[in-house]
Design a protein around this ligand. Sequence first.
Ligand code: UD1
Length: 317
Amino acid sequence: MVRKTIASIVGARPQFIKSAPVSRALSAHFREVLIHTGQHYDYGMSDIFFEEMQIRPPDFNLGVGGGSHGEQTGKMLIELEKVFADVKPDCVLVYGDTNSTLAGALTAAKNGILLAHVEAGLRSYNRAMPEEVNRVVTDHVSNFLFCPTDAAVQNLAREGIVDGVHRVGDVMYDALFHNLLLARARSQILARLELQKGEYALATVHRAANADNPARMKSILDAFSALSLKVVFPVHPRTRKMIQEWGLSANGNVLFIEPQGYFDILMLQENANCILTDSGGMQKEAYLLGVRCITLTSGGDRMGGDRGSGLEQAGRG
Ligand code: UD1
């Protein structure tokens, strides 16, 4: 029997993590062509995830990283259209809410190819977030909408989307519990950084609302400096660039480190006293690991994807 071809599109860090369990499941039934847009391209933001989770190398890497949102998305559209003409997928599969998601969705829709969206139906109801626009547009052109929670299904219904909607559970849950034992066995990060369980806070900041706003970034760094706990802060390249550009700093309480791979970040999370983050994925992982989490966003920016917090979202997942 000839297998149908699924073209899976990944590009940003969390999408590599999510694609691993889905690719494993797909491999029994479909031919999968893996397309990396190149949105994340540094070793620590991309290759390390492929190595740790033993994801096979992408069949195509479009090399579209950096640039403004429009430029990045536009270049991806141009390159994806060429790949689709070559591969002729029966269905395109996209994850989450990044510019790679949007580009994959639009290219599929414009070329009359079926589109499947994993993590459909999540909403923050804040259209100032680039991710919210990506989510809404992607859902409205999708044929198959794979929702992590009942709340996500309801969000779609409120927008009139009821056909092709499936509540399938949360792929990040699958990824987390598949990798946790491996991470415990392999990660040396606590010893390397001389950290003790429960004696530090883990922080990440990368959302545009924080990383592109000097006043907000300064107040976040000031707060980290003033905490009674040591703060371990793996710094996303965009955040590092902005901190340097604005000449911001923190005191010796804050340990700035490079972005970490999945195993090391899982261990840093599991052993933290608390997690301080604007990442929707890390909010959810904190909940699943039972670690306290403080979300570094203002009300409308919260990324759980429902009205309410990411924790409520994860709780239903
Ligand atoms: C993107 C997603 C965000 C997701 C996050 C996961 C969009 C709109 N945003 O944000 O939803 O939560 O990924 O991490 O798609 N850069 C590097 N090296 C890299 C990757 C990026 O230097 O490996 C630089 C880029 O050149 C750019 C900046 O970091 O200047 C931002 O990268 P970009 O991919 O545009 O958005 P993220 O902030 O990573």
